[in-house]
Design a protein around this ligand. Structure first.
Ligand code: SAM
Length: 222
């Protein structure tokens, strides 16, 4: 299925009231999000791509002067703004935007983060996005993101215990997001992300953690 931003937006508008309940089906989510927050350096300006209900933005608000969270789903952004009021966090700004069409000037951000968003994009879109991220980052800025990734493990190992966890993770994703995942190839291998980062001139690329079999965090510097 080709990447379809309208479908993604409608799907996540629909998911807003269910979002917290759905997360219970993703056993690695909380641990990965916490680890991503811990691994994110402090700075002045941070951009959160596909902010959802703003979990990363709010989690980092005391370490940045200004945080911008963008999402293609207007209802996710409404939810962020109501949480922002409730939590009384003033330095988080939320905007409806397609992450492939951002218009921020070059060198706007110290850090760009993202949680569980890139699997919605096809490979050529991922490539464009990493090139845009490189431009939007300040010199020595950091990109850090987590997502479902296919692990490049020896088949024998996969066939045993990890196979089950892998299947379970994929199935959960497919049940809830089946109609918006591009196809089975959308979550790509860690090595492929590393290549995209390298192709787009990022350096010091590292994989930080596996929460469980299908999740990983990747961090790199401009
Ligand atoms: C699985 S949720 C993750 C939300 C949040 N980052 C988290 O970790 O809980 C994916 C989010 O990415 C947003 N999204 C997907 N594709 C997008 C795109 N092309 N542009 C902007 N937002 C997008 C969706 O609307 C949704 O809110």
């Amino acid at each position: 299925m080709a990447y379809n931003p309208e479908k993604v937006s409608k799907h996540f508008d629909f998911e807003v009231p269910l979002y917290d309940s759905l997360l219970k089906f993703f056993p690695g989510y909380n641990r990965t999000i916490k680890k991503l927050i811990d691994e994110t350096p402090s700075g002045e300006r941070l951009l959160d791509l596909g902010t959802g209900t703003g979990i990363l933005a709010f989690g980092l608000s005391d370490r940045y002067k200004e945080i911008t969270g963008v999402d293609i789903s207007p209802k996710m952004i409404d939810k962020c703004n109501s949480l922002k009021k409730k939590k009384r966090i003033d330095n988080c700004l939320f905007d409806v935007a397609e992450i492939l069409e951002l218009k921020y000037p070059a060198e706007s951000f110290d850090t760009i983060i993202s949680g569980y968003v890139f699997h919605h994009l096809e490979d050529k879109e991922k490539n464009k996005l990493f090139s845009d991220m490189y431009n939007m980052l300040k010199k020595d800025g950091t990109v850090i993101f987590c997502d479902y990734m296919k692990k490049d493990l020896p088949k024998k190992l996969l066939d045993k215990t990890l196979y089950l966890a892998n299947e379970f993770g994929r199935r959960v994703v497919l049940v809830f997001e089946g109609d918006i995942l591009n196809d089975d190839e959308s979550p790509i291998k860690i090595q492929d992300y590393m290549n995209i980062l390298r192709d787009n001139r990022f350096r010091d690329i590292e994989t930080i953690d596996f929460a469980y079999n299908t999740d990983a965090i990747i961090k790199a510097k401009k």
